[in-house]
Design a protein around this ligand. Structure first.
Ligand code: DP6
Length: 316
């Protein structure tokens, strides 16, 4: 058996929409930061009688299990039955990027258990098939997922921009609501693509956000990166909210937090927010400002976590 630990990543420039659903190819490139502390630990054992999935101590069947075993069929064609035991130390399906750590840990463990030694780029291509955002969790720190142009998708994978120690930032996570989201990301993006009149504008306008964010990361320019991140986030949510029927992940507290972060900025604290497919707020700031940011967020929500840049997946 093989066990891998992987960390989730938070997109700074967002992935929202697929140009090829079968191969899970994105419409746009994206940039992310892999986090420490939050993690998924997954064990894959190919020496068993039948497929079995256990997540956080509970046997899982149905759609979630189907997705996991279908991924194993794809990356290990002709595989033997597998027991997959996975544990995450943070809420799943709440817009905290749980599928990114889940599918990167699963891919890394499964390929090791299958006896394959792959480059990070090859692992990234395989992880992408399970969940797009997982292809960025194959590296620690700062990662760009280039959308690629090859029809087979083999050039659509993560590219490492900088390691975790490149820049001492923090992602302060305010848990507005830890429950499962009503509309999952895959369903949300397909609906957006099919129905939002804003979707074409999202695809047409991402490159500026991408290049500004990439340069912001390389130059350690938080103002440039933060502005690109908020812009990308707002545009993504604009496409969701203008879908039919609409998808709105924001709650009242999410908006109150946006105001609070703007308030911090007006007092000279470099803090910038992002949200994914859920109401939870993630705030990017320099390490020395994290305590103040966390204190402010903590006046609105009960659970606040301070996360630093994290490392790549590892076999244990
Ligand atoms: C809002 O990677 O979960 O977090 O590829 O369909 O599995 P699938 O989607 P997923 O979507 C992530 C969407 C996002 C933005 C991002 O992480 O870039």
């Amino acid at each position: 058996m093989a066990t891998a630990i992987a960390h989730p990543n938070i997109a700074l420039v967002k992935y929202w929409g697929k140009r090829d659903r079968e191969l899970n190819l994105p419409s746009t490139s994206s940039i992310s930061l892999t986090l420490d502390k939050f993690q998924t630990r997954t064990r894959v054992d190919l020496g068993v009688e039948m497929d079995l999935l256990v997540i956080n101590g509970r046997t899982v069947t149905g759609g979630e299990a189907f997705r996991v075993f279908e991924h194993l069929d794809l990356i290990l064609p002709g595989r033997r039955p597998a027991q997959v035991v996975s544990e995450s130390n943070f809420p799943a399906a709440a817009g905290l990027a749980s599928s990114s750590s889940a599918f990167s840990a699963l891919t890394v463990a499964a390929m090791a258990e299958g006896g394959h030694e792959l480059t990070p780029e090859e692992l990234s291509v395989l992880a992408r098939r399970g969940s797009g955002s997982a292809c960025r969790s194959i590296w620690g720190g700062w990662v760009e997922w280039r959308r690629g142009s090859e029809p087979d998708g083999n050039d659509s994978h993560g590219v490492h921009l900088a390691p975790p120690e490149h820049w001492d930032v923090r992602m302060v996570v305010a848990v507005v609501h830890g429950g499962r989201k009503k509309v999952g990301s895959t369903e949300g993006m397909l609906r957006t693509m099919a129905t939002s009149p804003m979707y074409a504008a999202w695809v047409a306008s991402y490159e500026r956000d991408l290049s500004q964010a990439r340069q912001g990361v390389l130059d350690k320019d938080l103002g440039a990166l933060g502005a690109a991140m908020e812009r990308s986030t707002l545009k993504m949510h604009a496409t969701m909210m203008t879908s039919d029927p609409p998808i709105r992940y924001w709650r009242g507290a999410s908006v109150a937090l946006m105001d609070a972060i703007e308030g911090l900025r007006s007092k000279g604290v470099g803090a910038w927010w992002t949200m994914d497919a859920g109401p939870n707020m993630k705030v990017l700031c320099e390490a020395h400002d994290a305590g103040r940011v966390a204190h402010t967020l903590g006046t609105f929500v009960q659970q606040v976590e301070i996360l630093a840049p994290g490392g790549p997946p590892r076999l244990v």
